[in-house]
Design a protein around this ligand. Structure first.
Ligand code: CP
Length: 316
């Protein structure tokens, strides 16, 4: 297996099946630290730099919490307008990263431009972790999702995933690459203007992903082991910041998961949502046995502990 030490985590395309299980093993070893709210010194003397050019609650804070739990330290920015990349100078990724690499041992970057973390990795001498790039990918979120599914259902092979929402979304891309590494059958359901692009279909065809697209959620809900959701009412992910102006549209019922819909689902099926949510996932579902998005959020810290330990060479 390839070593993780010093590696960038930019994409799940090319992330190998055995590597998922290795990451899960490391997460299992470190999980008691998060579960018991302990601190360790595994990453003492290491510094994480967060470079967030787009808003985030979970991804940035989960990385930071993971680093702190492992005894490391954290610096960085979460409001690009207060940096030289976000003011008059519009400092380039290359110049910014040439600075950040001196300030820490690993850089976690979220950016509104697809490919920006990969561009950063070209210039950084320390590992770069993609925390979401435009509509591109969100590998650490999907590693968290796959870990959650593995822990909750005990397997990944042989499962049927129902993916509901905006298929332009970065999580949907990373999830599609991840599913292709396992014996997973996928059903996609999205509004026509948010459906899989022809270019992306070529990519997943090349990966031999078994999938279909359906129009109505009722057609697929009974077969799903995992219901994986994203909003269809969303901001523009190619912008640094998309303020809400006035009322937003409501989610059409066909892309909503409700308690009533779940009566037609497998009794042991689970729902994942990377959050934040709009009205596509009603709060009433939180109190059903299917909801796993809160444990998924907790696993987000465990996953980032595992990834940081691996790329910083503290676990091999
Ligand atoms: N799931 C996720 O990426 O959430 P944030 O945008 O809050 O980081």
């Amino acid at each position: 297996m390839r070593s993780f030490a010093g590696r960038d985590i930019l994409s799940l395309k090319g992330f190998e099946r055995e590597e998922y299980f290795r990451v899960f093993e490391v997460c299992d070893k470190l999980a008691p630290i998060a579960r018991d709210r302990l601190n360790s010194d595994l990453l003492a003397n290491k510094i994480l730099v967060t470079a967030f050019y787009q808003p985030s609650t979970r991804t940035r804070l989960a990385h930071e919490a993971a680093m702190l739990r492992l005894g490391g330290r954290v610096t960085g920015f979460s409001d690009v307008r207060m940096t030289r990349a976000g003011d008059f100078y519009q400092e380039s990724i290359k110049d910014t990263v040439h600075m950040l690499e001196y300030y820490g041992d690993v850089i976690v970057m979220r950016h509104f431009q697809q490919g920006a973390p990969a561009e950063a990795a070209r210039w950084a001498s320390v590992p770069v972790i993609n925390a979401g790039d435009g509509w591109g990918e969100h590998p650490t979120q999907v590693l968290t999702d796959m870990y959650t599914i593995f822990k909750e259902l005990g397997r990944l092979d042989g499962l049927h995933f129902l993916l509901v929402g905006d298929m332009r979304m970065r999580t949907m891309h990373s999830m599609s690459y991840a599913m292709a590494q396992f014996d997973i059958e996928a059903t996609y359901i999205a509004p026509p203007e948010m459906s899989l692009t022809d270019e992306f279909k070529v990519e997943i065809d090349e990966l031999n992903l078994r999938y279909r697209e359906v129009e109505h959620i009722e057609q697929a809900i009974a077969d799903a082991d995992v219901i994986y959701m994203e909003p269809v009412v969303q901001p523009d992910y190619t912008k640094s910041r998309d303020e809400r102006a006035g009322d937003v549209a409501l989610t059409p019922a066909n892309y909503q998961v409700t308690k009533k819909l779940m009566r037609g689902a497998k009794p042991d099926s689970i729902i994942l949502h990377s959050l934040p949510r709009m009205d596509e996932l009603l709060e009433e579902v939180d109190y059903t046995r299917h909801a796993r998005y809160w444990v998924e959020a907790y696993n987000g810290v465990v996953m980032r502990m595992g990834l940081l330990a691996l790329v910083l060479g503290a676990m091999e």
